[in-house]
Each structure stands twice: as C-alpha cells, then as structure tokens.
Design a protein around this ligand. Structure first.
Ligand code: NAD
Length: 296
C-alpha cells in the first residue's frame, strides 16, 4: 500500500491523460473518471483505476484533481448530489487545474469550505508537450498550507510551481498567460506570411529568429506546425477563445486596457466562426493567410 495521498483525477483529455499517468509512474494511487471510455482504458493500461462516476472516484480520495474544459464543467463536477462536494470526505483537497474564470474558483473555494473541503486553483501552461514531459508551469491560488500539501504532486507534474496569492489568483495569472501566448502566436503567424510572400526560406528564417530576441517557447513549440501547416491539436482554438473571453472580461473588471489582446481575441473568434475551432491555436496562421490572400 502506498503511503502517498490517494488521488481521484476527473477529466482525462489531452492534458489530463498524460498528467495523471505521470502521477501513476511516480507511485501514486490514481482513480480516474472522464466521459470517454477509451481514456479510462488508457489510464487503466497505465496502472491507474477507472471509476464509474464522480462519486465513486472521490469517495476515498485524499486529493481530487479536476482537468476539464471550462467553468461550466468544473461547476457540474463540483456541485450537485453526484458531485465532489457532496461525496468527498471532509479534509479532502480539491485541486482544479482547468483554466476557468477567477470568480468560479473563488466561489468554489467558499462553497467547499462549508463542507470542510479545501480548494486550490492550479491552472497550467506548457501545452500537451509540457504535460507529457512533466515540465508544466503551475500557477496556484489558495492558502499556503494547502499549497504545501499539494506541492509534492505539483512537483511530479511540472517544473515551475508558484503560489500566486489567494483563491482565483492562479486563474488570473493563467488569463495573462493566455493573452501573451495568443498575441505571440499571432505575431509569429504574421511573420510567417510576410516571410513567405517575400520569398525568404521560411525554415532558415524561423531558426535564426528563434535564436534572437524574437525567439520564444511559442516559436520553438509551433515552428514545425507553421512549416507543415499541421494544426492537429494541441490546444484547441475553442479553448483559446474561452480564455480570451476570460482575460478580456477580467481586465475590463479591473480597468486594464488590452488593445492588442482585444484584436487578437476577435481574430480567434473569427477563426472559430469559420469552422476552425477544433484546430490547434497555431491555426491563427490560417486567418492571416485569408487576410493576405495567401495559400490555405
Ligand atoms: P480536452 O477537451 O482534451 O479534455 C477535457 C476532458 O474533460 C475530456 O476528457 C472530457 O471527458 C472531460 N470532461 C468534460 N466534462 C466532464 C464531466 N462533466 N465529468 C468528467 N469529465 C469531464 O481538454 P484539454 O486540452 O485537456 O484541456 C483541459 C483544460 O486545461 C482546459 O481548461 C484547457 O484550457 C486547459 N489547458 C489546456 C492546454 C492544452 O494544451 N491542451 C494547456 C494548458 C491548459
């Protein structure tokens, strides 16, 4: 029997599957629940266990981790008779690693406290590759004591783990992260179309750009996608659209102007409206190509 905390993992998608498998490999006892049977089978094959419901998954857990698309899914999983708050034991730590609105995290922490359940918001950055390689950045909101309890788990999943402040702070930092990433991808996409139309060897150009001040993790991770026009997700445009909504709303609430972010939010929304919501966010290149009358 492992002396490590027993983990319930809800949401085994692009991120949740490799992250939960990293915990299994580190010796944790992980019971998963998600909507797709093949993802449950994948966890079982990796050495975890599959639960038939959220209630079954969380009943004996010390730590419950959620990694689902957005606020409505987090609320559906937390609240209601079959949810985490109704079925987890008092003292359980609920760590939501999804990217959601800061207010949802604040409200959840309050509702959970009434049941003796502790909450951290702990969204991540680093993408699917970061999840697989266990090098995620994890931005955490909540109390120091709960952070200390979760830190060994975070250390298995990521490389840069920071408590940013009270409940919701992790989500606010993640919103800023998504602003920076979207603007960076857009700038790279504009450079790609400009370089190609100018007749420069694109691979050579991106290699040298990435070695200078224009270099970035975005360019390193997305260079091949740009070159091959391979927009297999990765991080879906649908999810980045959700995140641009979060950051523009949160910025308006505090009176911060995001002029460039607002334009890129519109470009992400337009790509989605044209049917590209299921593609990786590097597909922002497609929108620059359309605007430039270039190849698609
Ligand atoms: P995904 O769509 O691949 O996976 C979501 C998973 O949640 C699915 O397996 C689905 O079955 C499960 N789910 C949804 N509703 C559920 C419910 N009610 N009960 C149980 N399971 C439920 O999404 P993803 O790409 O893994 O992203 C998850 C979160 O992480 C999102 O908030 C996203 O913004 C964030 N994120 C994603 C990336 C990335 O590169 N994909 C990077 C950083 C952060």
């Amino acid at each position: 029997m492992s002396s490590l905390p027993k983990i319930a993992w809800i949401g085994l998608g692009i991120m949740g599957s490799p992250m939960s498998e990293n915990l299994v490999r580190a010796g944790y006892d992980v019971t998963g629940f998600t909507l797709e049977q093949d993802k449950l089978d994948r966890l079982t094959a990796a050495g975890g266990a599959a639960a038939a419901s959220i209630a079954d998954a969380v009943r004996d857990a010390d730590v419950v981790i959620t990694m689902v698309p957005a606020s409505p899914q987090v609320e559906a999983i937390a609240y209601g008779p079959d949810g985490v708050l109704a079925n987890a034991r008092p003292g359980t730590l609920l760590v939501d690693m999804s990217s959601i609105t800061p207010q949802t995290s604040v409200d959840l922490a309050k509702a959970a406290a009434d049941k003796g359940i502790r909450v951290l918001d702990a969204p991540v950055s680093g993408g699917e590759a970061g999840a697989i390689e266990a090098v995620l950045s994890i931005m955490v909101g909540g109390d120091q004591a709960d952070f200390d309890r979760a830190e060994p788990i975070f250390d298995v999943l990521g490389r840069t783990v920071v408590l940013c402040g009270p409940h919701g702070s992790g989500q606010t930092v993640k919103a800023a992260n998504q602003l920076i990433v979207a603007v960076n991808i857009q700038a790279c996409a504009e450079a790609v179309v400009f370089l190609e139309k100018s007749g420069v060897d694109l691979k050579a150009a991106l290699d040298v750009l990435n070695g200078g001040l224009a270099g970035s993790t975005v360019l390193t991770r997305k260079k091949d996608a740009f070159l091959a026009r391979d927009f297999t997700p990765g991080f879906r445009i649908d999810l980045h659209h959700k995140d641009m909504g979060i950051v523009t709303d949160a910025a308006r609430a505090v009176g911060a102007a995001l002029p460039v972010g607002a334009v890129v939010a519109q470009l992400v929304a337009s790509l989605r409206a044209q049917g590209d919501g299921g593609l990786d966010h590097s597909a922002l290149l497609r929108s620059v190509e359309r605007l430039s009358g270039a190849r698609l």
